[in-house]
Ligand binder design. Structure first.
Ligand code: SF4
Ligand code: SF4
Ligand code: FES
Length: 324
């Protein structure tokens, strides 16, 4: 079968912007997108730049945007893409600077990984004075690593992240999933865990995620970075790290639902910013707009029917959560 591929090309030496190029190629049954791109490079245009190595979904280097979604080219079937979209369009990963054609600069990705200190800070008991005893995760009961170790650092999640798109300072899903891996490691010392979590409270940390779920959808290794971020948030709250706007939002939301059975938009902003004059000034224009449009409900609310059952449920859940 002869197929037309639309490939995004960009050569910084001659192009001011990226442009699509159509290339026709005879393809066979069972080919992957990577097989086709390698053939295009060998038979049609040797100047096409792409990155790959293992061809087996192990090294993470062939991640790119295929028909609008982040995928590993070496495990994306041409047949299935055609069946689903009727065409094949290939572009580099989004959110990362393009070096040439399908090759992106991963420097910022690696910097974010390095910033979360991706190494174990052990709480090993001394074997003899000054010599820590080696420990193994299997010495501890049921360590839960939640598959985050399966990450192959392909960058697909960062390319799909809606927050990273507008805020390049955001730590990003891959780095935060890596941080969660050490949180789940029973060998890490409690003080190191606390320091790790404290560092993630800053702007661009765990509270910046909007929980859009795109990182989970595109991850080829089922790492589920967003769920890792939720675990980091939960662990932070359990350790009393509650001063950030994100933490206050969650706690305020829960308080209101427990007190009134619903969210109360008149009180919620106060729960988030408190009574600090700067914070109040910041939310004043929004409050005025809401007032003029009749969107401010009675701050004291009206208890909803069934509130006592809801409160009993919340208490039961609270009792069921083990202390940090
Ligand atoms: S869930 Fe959070 S980390 Fe994942 S893509 Fe969305 S904003 Fe980014
Ligand atoms: S979390 Fe998944 S998508 Fe993100 S870098 Fe790791 S393997 Fe790739
Ligand atoms: S070439 Fe290694 S993951 Fe695709």
């Amino acid at each position: 079968m002869r197929l037309t591929f639309t490939i995004q090309r960009f050569n910084p030496e001659v192009d001011s912007t990226a442009h699509p190029q159509e290339i026709r190629l005879d393809v066979g049954r069972g080919m992957t997108v990577l097989d086709a791109l390698i053939r295009i490079k060998q038979e049609c245009d040797g100047s096409l730049a792409l990155r790959y190595s293992c061809r087996s979904a192990i090294c993470g280097s062939c991640a790119m945007t295929i028909n609008g979604s982040e995928k590993l080219a070496c495990r994306t079937s041409l047949g299935k893409e055609l069946e689903r979209h009727g065409h094949i369009t290939v572009a580099p990963l989004r959110n990362l600077p393009v070096i040439k054609d399908l090759v992106v600069d991963m420097t910022s990705f690696w910097e974010k990984i390095r910033d979360v200190h991706p190494w174990l800070v052990s709480a090993a008991r001394p074997l003899r004075e000054g010599v820590p005893a080696p420990t193994k995760a299997r010495d501890h009961a049921n360590p839960q690593f939640h598959n985050v170790d399966a990450c192959i650092m392909c960058g697909a999640c960062v390319a799909a992240c809606t927050v990273y798109e507008v805020s390049k300072g955001f730590a990003g899903p891959a780095a935060l999933a890596k941080a969660d891996r050490f949180l789940s490691d029973p060998r890490e010392s409690p003080s190191a865990t606390r320091a790790r979590l404290s560092a993630l409270q800053d702007e661009h940390g765990i509270w910046d995620c909007t929980r859009c779920n795109f990182c989970v959808e595109v991850c080829p290794k089922d790492v589920k970075p967003m769920e890792a971020i939720v675990r980091l948030r939960r662990a932070s709250l359990e350790r009393g790290l509650t001063t950030t706007g994100g933490a206050r939002h969650i706690l305020g939301f829960t308080d209101l639902v427990e007190q009134q059975g619903r969210l109360n938009e008149a009180i919620m902003p106060l729960k988030v910013v408190g009574f600090a004059p700067r914070g109040l000034l910041h939310i004043l224009p929004l409050g005025m707009k809401m007032l003029l449009k009749g969107k401010i409900p009675n701050p004291f609310g009206q208890a909803l029917p069934g509130l006592s059952q809801l409160q009993a449920l919340i208490q039961r859940v609270r009792r069921a959560i083990p202390p940090a």
